[in-house]
Design a binder for this molecule. Structure first.
Ligand code: DX5
Ligand code: ZN
Length: 215
């Protein structure tokens, strides 16, 4: 059974209330919220005020994925906005250990995301401090991209590191998740499946979420 995290990057922004109402009635446990700054990634999405508004529209877990430089500057702001899980990119964090501790001190679960080129071995010295590792299975910045096949091996390597270290951190997969690859990902060790296009472009988002969860 996977945790499903619909990515609101693919939602209809003119009908955010309706999109929230729909996801709230679904079996998805998390909202995945992508924050982009036009610097770390070549795109700009939404930020703190939108997340604070979404907080009022749901009781589900707000899983905030920061694709921004210097993420440590905004930890308190995202905590105040109501984020439950705050994920920073390893590639954007000079003092990653400190940033992880600060996220937890603000009462949130701490996540680290890895770009497709970043080996999971770089997490060895912080794995027991983490609540979540987000493996990017596309290059971050856009929804609807093609899944990178190398990800399966990264999930297996990360799962082995987690088991060997005694960490209870979750493995999240972000990018190109579909009904065709979901089961292979959970078999490899994935716990959380982010799905933007697969959910919001589906003719029946609730049924698609139900099927992803069963993966
Ligand atoms: C990409 C974002 C993803 C994106 C996934 O940078 O981090 O969360 O919304 O979209 P899909 O599921 O359409 O690949
Ligand atoms: Zn994301």
């Amino acid at each position: 059974m996977a945790i499903v995290a619909p990515s609101f990057l693919s939602a209809n922004f003119l009908q955010l209330q309706e999109e929230c109402d729909k996801i709230n009635t679904s079996e998805a446990e998390w909202y995945h919220l992508d924050v982009m700054d036009g610097s770390f990634v070549p795109n700009i999405s939404f930020g703190i005020p939108v997340i604070a508004a979404l907080r009022k529209a749901t009781k589900k877990v707000l899983d905030v994925h920061l694709m921004i430089v210097e993420p440590e500057k905004y930890i308190a702001a995202f905590a105040d906005a109501g984020a439950n899980v705050l994920t920073v990119h390893l590639e954007a964090s000079v003092h990653l250990h400190r940033t992880i501790q600060q996220i937890k001190q603000h009462g949130m679960k701490a996540g680290v995301a890895l770009n497709p080129h970043t080996p999971v071995s770089l997490l060895q010295d912080v794995i027991t401090d983490l609540d979540l590792v987000c493996l990017m299975s596309v290059n971050p910045g856009f929804g609807g991209q093609k899944f990178i096949e190398r990800t399966y091996q990264k999930v297996r390597d990360l799962k082995a590191m987690i088991v060997n270290s005694g960490s209870n951190c979750l493995i999240e997969i972000d990018g190109g998740v579909t009904l065709d690859n979901a089961k292979k990902l959970t078999d490899a060790g994935a716990d959380v499946l982010v799905a933007g296009n697969t959910v919001f472009a589906s003719p029946d988002p609730l049924e698609t979420i139900r099927l992803l969860r069963l993966a």
